[in-house]
Design a protein around this ligand. Structure first.
Ligand SMILES: Nc1ncnc2c1ncn2[C@@H]1O[C@H](COP(=O)(O)OP(=O)(O)OP(=O)(O)O)[C@@H](O)[C@H]1O
Length: 300
């Protein structure tokens, strides 16, 4: 394998970001491989934006090494043409029109694309001639996305891309992200919509107070917590075949690391004894549960 094939697109080693006495990012290390969708998630104030701004080249590291395509992200001339960035807050000039804003990105990044294609993706064709200052909040977000994916960059940063977008706009956005990934682009995502990350991320770095609380694939993260089965029973039901706890509302809760097997045991037991499992709910651990565990582990 050539070294280009094995060099990570992003390589962060022992990154620290400090604001005066405040240590926002502490010895953070991670890599993102070519073609991956990597989600950087975390609690409010965890340090995601501070870390990302450093990787994007907008902020200098207090210490540590950051490499993007094997180069310093502060070397804008080398990295910017290969990178698309959707920030949390857009920096458009309010006096430019929508189409002019998209064209400007083409000049800044030296990439080429068709402005009409971009405006169509984000459903802003009818707004091409109006000034950015006249767009609604959601429309500005969509314009942000259009400029980030202009020219199908190799690496795209999406910082809370779907915040404030309606469901149709979200679908269009993810459809374009899927297309970029088919072409081999690498995506770095931050979001507070955990189901988006759970559905789409190849790997997740879960930050809390400046450090990774966990890092891995969705199944690696959720595997650490048990899945749950909930149901209620008629008062005459015989003893259960599995250990269960009784919730305050009377429902039974089974926590299990073998969901399929234990569900099978429970259903067979109910079938053989003609017991009705009322309001039966069974589900794997979700990313939300992993998130909630951060708080409880901190408080433990
Ligand atoms: N310029 C700054 N000066 C001082 N403190 C800062 C500065 N920028 C960020 N911080 C602090 O650093 C910490 C990390 O902030 P950051 O914006 O990186 O977090 P985040 O994970 O992106 O949070 P959120 O999910 O709330 O957007 C926060 O406690 C924040 O108050």
């Amino acid at each position: 394998m050539s070294s280009t094939a094995t060099t990570p697109v992003i390589d962060v080693e022992r990154l620290n970001v400090e604001y005066g006495d405040f240590h926002a990012v502490k010895d953070l290390s991670f890599q993102v491989q070519r073609g991956e969708l990597y989600a950087l998630l975390g609690t409010n104030g965890a340090g995601k934006t501070s870390a990302l701004e450093t990787v994007e080249g907008h902020r200098a590291a207090s210490s540590g090494t950051v490499r993007v395509f094997g180069q310093s992200p502060r070397d804008r001339a080398a990295v910017r043409p290969r990178t698309g960035i959707m920030l949390q807050e857009s920096g458009f000039s309010p006096d430019l029109t929508v189409a002019e804003s998209v064209r400007l990105i083409g000049r800044l990044t030296q990439r080429t694309d068709r402005v009409e294609r971009l405006l169509d993706i984000v459903d802003l064709t009818s707004k091409a001639g109006i000034k950015v200052s006249q767009l609604s909040g959601g429309e500005k977000r969509r314009l942000d996305f259009a400029t980030a994916v202009y020219g199908s960059p190799e690496l795209v940063f999406l910082d809370e891309p779907t915040t404030g977008l309606d469901i149709q706009s979200r679908d269009h956005l993810w459809h374009e992200v899927d297309r970029l990934r088919e072409d081999g682009s690498t995506i770095v995502l931050t979001t507070h919509y955990l189901e988006e990350a759970q559905q789409r991320a190849d790997r997740i770095g879960l930050m809390h107070r400046g450090v990774f609380h966990r890092e891995g694939t969705v199944s690696e993260l959720t595997r650490t917590l048990p899945a749950t089965v909930r149901f209620s029973l008629p008062s005459s039901a015989p003893d259960l075949p599995l250990p269960a706890t009784r919730e305050s509302d009377g429902t039974f809760l089974v926590e299990t690391t073998s969901l399929q097997k234990d569900l099978h045991v429970l259903l067979n037991w109910a079938q053989d004894r003609a017991v009705e499992l009322r309001e039966l709910q069974a589900g794997p651990t979700r990313l939300d549960d992993v998130f909630r565990s951060i708080g409880s582990e901190q408080n433990a």
